[in-house]
Design a protein around this ligand. Sequence first.
Ligand code: ADP
Ligand code: MG
Length: 340
Amino acid sequence: NSHLNPKYTFDSFITGSGNQMAHAAALAVAEDPGTIYNPLFIYGGVGLGKTHLMQAIGHQMIKLEPAANVKYVTSETFANDFINSIQTRTQEEFRQEYRNVDLLLIDDIQFFGEKEGTQEEFFHTFNELYANSKQIVMTSDRLPNEIPKLQDRLVSRFKWGLPVDITAPDLETRIAILRNKAEAENLEIPNDTLSYIAEQVDTNVRELEGALLRVQAYSTMNKEDITKSIAADALKSLKLNKEQNGLTVGKIQSRVAKYYRVSVNDLKGKKRVKTIVVPRQIAMYLARELTDKSLPQIGMEFGGKDHTTVMHSCDKISELVIKNDEIKRAVNELKDELRN
Ligand code: ADP
Ligand code: MG
């Protein structure tokens, strides 16, 4: 009973430019756990396959070693189990459960930030497993040092092994993922239609799968085969939503630049002076709030910055709009203007 989703195997995982490194590292860990990359730290945006890849390691390990004790939990489950064990005075059982495993998979570890006691407990769990050469795999939406309020000693341990990122799949990979899904579901879909869907949905794999489901449902409803025009009809409502407010990142940048009397190039550039950094962060924050662009896409529109930079900016401004009246006023004014 390792709580693994049977669908999340290496066999069903399509590799491409955005996930090749992470996939190779995951395979290496599954075949030789507790030795080379310990811990393995997989990070990247939502819906890009982190959970899938992490669980694939678990499946593979059980396949190679059926007696292996694999435990998969989200960081919230770990935290809840820990709190329950304090409440019910079963800390000994809790420790047994988490420290006697061959492979510990902790998903979405960014939620450990803030939770002091849980971090303390995880620190000891980690040390025990590590000392016994047991494999630890973690996922997160960002790098260890970017997780707010994560203790330094955990940050440094998380970097002992290998941090690998997953980024959004390119067009060819998206087509391959769709083709694989269609085959798994026994759907007859012509290639031009698969390409069309992959072109329309360029954010993440979860949305790609959602689009395929939508097209499938639409064709069933209309008793038509899945063709490009059926796909176009099915996805029309998605597109409409996106284009409804007509806001682009470019428009947001111009408006913010004007408001702060800086240039758009400064917003896209690398200057670290405060008079530019704050407007830049606000522009990224507004792009995130007011458009459907993904973090990597926003990063691209700001001179090719990393998605973690965008995420950091969004976090920063979310914090400042609560604490700082001037920023709050600026953000609200800009939002109102851009929406009209
Ligand atoms: P994350 O944990 O990064 O948010 P998930 O692992 O939950 O993302 O993946 C979202 C969905 O996309 C899942 O259904 C998963 O099976 C699928 N998926 C993601 N990446 C791939 C891939 N490379 N090949 C096949 N399916 C994928
Ligand atoms: Mg996940």
